[in-house]
Design a protein around this ligand. Structure first.
Ligand code: 4NP
Length: 144
């Protein structure tokens, strides 16, 4: 699960998908394409919306997406087109590029719909992000 800062959207996506799959079989991880928040907890607004929906994401810590993640993970879900570009710039093979997918393609097939960045907005933005990710992750979990 990849966004820009790895403190708002992708930590929610990580928490939601991990809650829907067998942790003994599937590891879900998140990252940001930027490095500003490496080692930090998710944004308090993401922690709050997760908690409201029964998920604890407080143990997550920010990490930056790196080229070796293409080998480490089978699927790479991206929150928006700008970060898809950032990730694809680090890909070195068609195999890597083939792992990358915009996460909302799950619910809006073949459309390039972004999960809006809620960082500079109010709490309501986090609720909307949660709802979108919940729908997308439900589909992903069924497929996995
Ligand atoms: P995220 O939101 O990509 O959903 O984690 C952001 C968090 C921090 C920043 C940008 C977006 N930032 O510029 O620090």
């Amino acid at each position: 699960m990849v966004c820009l800062g790895n403190i708002c959207r992708s930590p929610l996506a990580e928490g939601i998908l991990q809650s829907k799959v067998d942790a003994a079989r599937i590891e879900v991880m998140s990252a940001g394409t930027g490095g500003w928040h490496v080692g930090e907890q998710p944004d308090p607004r993401s922690i709050a919306v997760a908690k409201k929906n029964g998920l604890d994401i407080t143990k997550q810590r920010g990490r930056q997406f790196k080229a070796s993640d293409f080998e480490e993970f089978d699927y790479i879900f991206i929150m928006d087109a700008s970060n898809e570009e950032n990730v694809l710039a680090l890909a070195s093979s068609d195999k890597h590029r083939g792992k990358v997918q915009m996460i909302l393609e799950e619910i809006f097939p073949s459309e390039k719909v972004d999960v809006p960045d809620p960082y500079y907005g109010g709490d309501r933005g986090f609720d909307q992000v949660y709802e979108m990710l919940e729908k997308a992750c439900t589909k992903i979990a069924v497929r996995l």
